[in-house]
Design a protein around this ligand. Structure first.
Ligand SMILES: O=C(O)CCC(=O)C(=O)O
Length: 288
C-alpha cells in the first residue's frame, strides 16, 4: 500500500501522515459508539469499567460532571467493540503498518484520547517506548483522526527525526512519563503540527517524541491510537494499558524468536494509575 518513498520517509522522520484512510461510513459507526460512551460517563463520578489488570477503562478528567462530561480516555476500545476491532485489525491502517514493520504484526494496545471543548487535558512531550519497552524497535503507532484536527483543538505535534534520540522519562528518580520540562521549548520549536481531516492517519515510531496542547476551540478532538509491533518484538514488561488481545498476531504468523537490539533501556515502574495523564501529573476526577 505504501510507496518506497513513504517507507523511506517514515524511517527518516519517524512518522508519516496518510490521508483519507478510513471512510465516512466506518467513521460514523466509531463516533456513534464513542458518543454513547461519553453519554454514559455522565452517570459516573469516578473512573469506571475494568481492564484485565484491574485499572479503570474509562478515565475522567478532574471537574467531570453529568452536566459537563470530561471523559479523557477509553482504554482498549477493542475489548468492548467489534467496530473498533474491525478498523484497527482489518483496514488499510494495518496494510500500511505491515509495509513498515511487517510481514508479521502483533497488536499491543489501543486507546481513544478525547479532548472535548472546555477540557484541559494535554499531552506532555514523551516517547511511547518509555512506557512499552520491547526487545527491538520495529513498531508503528497509528493515530486515526476521529475528528478534524487543528492547531486550535489540540492537535498532535511530533518532532521529526527524534526517534533516533534517547531521553529519560524519570525526574528525581520518579517516573513522570514525560521528558524533562526544560526541553519543552526545544521540542515546541522543532515539532510540527499534525493537521488533517477525520479519517486521516498518522503513523509514528515508538521512539518519536510527541505531545499535544489542550483543546482551545469549541470543537472536539478525538484520536484513536493503536500500538502495533513486529511479531518478533517482545515486551520487556507487561503492557501498561493491557488488553485481552495484547500480543495477538493480527497479520502474518507468530514468532518463537525474540529479535534483540544491543543497548540499554530504561524501564517504567508497573504503575497503578488508570491512565498516563495521571502519571504525567494531570489529576483525574478521583484525585482531588
Ligand atoms: O492524544 C494525543 O494527542 C497524543 C497521545 C499520546 O501521545 C499517548 O496517549 O501516548
Amino acid at each position: 500500500m505504501l510507496s518506497q518513498q513513504q517507507v523511506d520517509r517514515y524511517r527518516q522522520d519517524g512518522f508519516l501522515v496518510l490521508r483519507n484512510v478510513i471512510g465516512a461510513r466506518q467513521l460514523s459507526v466509531l463516533l456513534n459508539e464513542l458518543d454513547g460512551w461519553i453519554e454514559e460517563s455522565r452517570s459516573h463520578s469516578s473512573n469506571y469499567g475494568e481492564t484485565p489488570d484491574g485499572k479503570a477503562r474509562f478515565d475522567l478528567e478532574a471537574g467531570h460532571s453529568a452536566e459537563q462530561p470530561k471523559l479523557r480516555r477509553v482504554s482498549n476500545p477493542v475489548d468492548i467493540s467489534k467496530a473498533y476491532r474491525e478498523v484497527l485489525w482489518n483496514s488499510a491502517i494495518i496494510d500500511a503498518v505491515t509495509d513498515l514493520v511487517g510481514p508479521d504484526i502483533k497488536f499491543h494496545h489501543s486507546k481513544i484520547n478525547i479532548k472535548l471543548p472546555g477540557m484541559q487535558t494535554r499531552v506532555d512531550y514523551h516517547q511511547d517506548h518509555a512506557f512499552d519497552p520491547h526487545t527491538n524497535d520495529d513498531s508503528a503507532t497509528a493515530s486515526l483522526l476521529l475528528d478534524d484536527m487543528t492547531e486550535d483543538n489540540g492537535c498532535l505535534r511530533v518532532v521529526p527525526g527524534s526517534h533516533n534520540e534517547r531521553y529519560s522519562h524519570y525526574q528525581n528518580d520518579k517516573f513522570t512519563g514525560a521528558i524533562e520540562p526544560k526541553l519543552t521549548p526545544d521540542f515546541e520549536r522543532r515539532s510540527i503540527p499534525i493537521l488533517g481531516k477525520a479519517g486521516d492517519v498518522c503513523l509514528m515510531h515508538s521512539r518519536t517524541v510527541h505531545g499535544s496542547p489542550p483543546n482551545r476551540s469549541n470543537k472536539p478532538r478525538c484520536l484513536l491510537i493503536c500500538d502495533y509491533r513486529a511479531a518478533d518484538a517482545f515486551w520487556l514488561i507487561p503492557p501498561l494499558v493491557l488488553s485481552v488481545h495484547s500480543g495477538r498476531v493480527i497479520r502474518g504468523k507468530p514468532s518463537r524468536v525474540a529479535r534483540l537490539v544491543a543497548g540499554s533501556i530504561e524501564l517504567p515502574p508497573p504503575y497503578k494509575e488508570d491512565s498516563f495523564f495521571s502519571v504525567q501529573g494531570q489529576k483525574s476526577v478521583d484525585e482531588h
